[in-house]
Design a protein around this ligand. Structure first.
Ligand code: SAM
Length: 277
């Protein structure tokens, strides 16, 4: 039996996956790419030996990353996805009929090419006419564009080339590219394993956005599992959706929208570092 051991440098637990078959192994200018088939998780994408998605549970992450902001905005027309070259987040964005233009800004073309070939369950909507793909650094792209309703950052971990996507300067540039009622959302790692970083992202966002919050969802394949998402908003409170739920989701609905936000007292205790683990 072949196995794949994940090498996530900031995780104290290393996951080992059984591998039925390696479908693709290669290297781009930016990272190593691997697609394999696992008996338990279906097709799996790893970048630099870190799991990015599995066929079995990718929709938990992609729905949660996308639909809180996309339902908080009443009619998002112009959306940017930064990273997300596999296409899973874009698939969810396009479920909103209000969307007229959706930019995918992925630094590594190879991720898109490999996903198109081996991961159709996430990449299948990348040819939608509303999608415009740009192969460049998202931190540069957002300096050149305006009137965006929702920016979604679906990047690799906040180390290496994705580091710039968590800086105050980047958040300011995001703020400036958003329309007057725009929203921004990103994943902010695991509340169990990377609590300090989750808190840091909240604190940095608060320097830029008037409304900042955190929500979370359990994701089996990301180390620490208790996965967090940081959201910044110019006008709308992200706890409350402003449109009915889109129909074809597996997990997201209006009850889930309310439920994913932490109880306020617990949220404050975590942010004030009164509770640690
Ligand atoms: N859901 C995934 C996770 O957290 O494990 C992320 C998936 S997606 C494949 C991440 C993508 O972000 C990668 O394809 C990577 O090339 C891209 N990326 C990293 N830094 C970037 C940047 N500065 N600008 C644009 N794309 C970036």
């Amino acid at each position: 039996m072949i196995t794949f051991k994940e090498n996530e440098p900031y995780s104290p637990i290393k996951y080992v996956y059984e591998v039925d078959n390696i479908l693709y192994k290669g290297k781009s200018q930016f990272q190593e790419l691997l697609v394999f088939e696992s008996p338990d998780f279906g097709r799996v994408l790893a970048l630099d030996n870190i799991i990015q998605l599995t066929e079995r549970d990718e929709f938990f992450y992609h729905e949660m990353l996308t639909h809180i902001a996309m339902h908080t905005h009443p009619n998002a027309e112009r959306v940017i996805v930064i990273g997300g070259g596999d296409g899973g987040t874009m698939r969810e964005v396009l479920k909103h009929d209000s969307v007229k233009k959706a930019y995918l800004v992925e630094i590594d073309k190879k991720v898109v090419d490999v996903s198109r070939e081996f991961l159709p369950f996430v990449s299948s909507k990348l040819d939608d006419p509303r999608v415009e793909i740009h192969y460049e650094d998202g931190a540069e792209f957002i300096k050149k564009i305006k009137d965006i309703d929702v920016v979604i950052v679906d990047s690799t971990d906040a180390i290496g080339m994705a580091r710039a996507l968590y800086s105050e300067e980047f958040f300011k540039n995001i703020y400036n590219c958003l329309s007057e009622d725009g929203l921004y959302v990103t994943h902010s790692e695991s509340l169990l394993f990377h609590r300090e970083m989750t808190i840091e992202v909240q604190n940095t966002l608060k320097k830029v956005f008037p409304i900042v919050n955190l929500y979370s969802f359990a994701i089996a394949t990301y180390p620490g599992n208790w996965w967090s998402f940081a959201i910044g908003s110019k006008k709308y409170d992200p706890r409350t959706p402003n449109k009915p739920p889109v129909k074809n989701t597996k997990i997201y609905d209006e009850e889930v929208h309310a439920w994913v936000f932490l109880p306020k007292k617990l949220f404050n205790r975590i942010m004030n570092k009164e509770v640690k683990w």
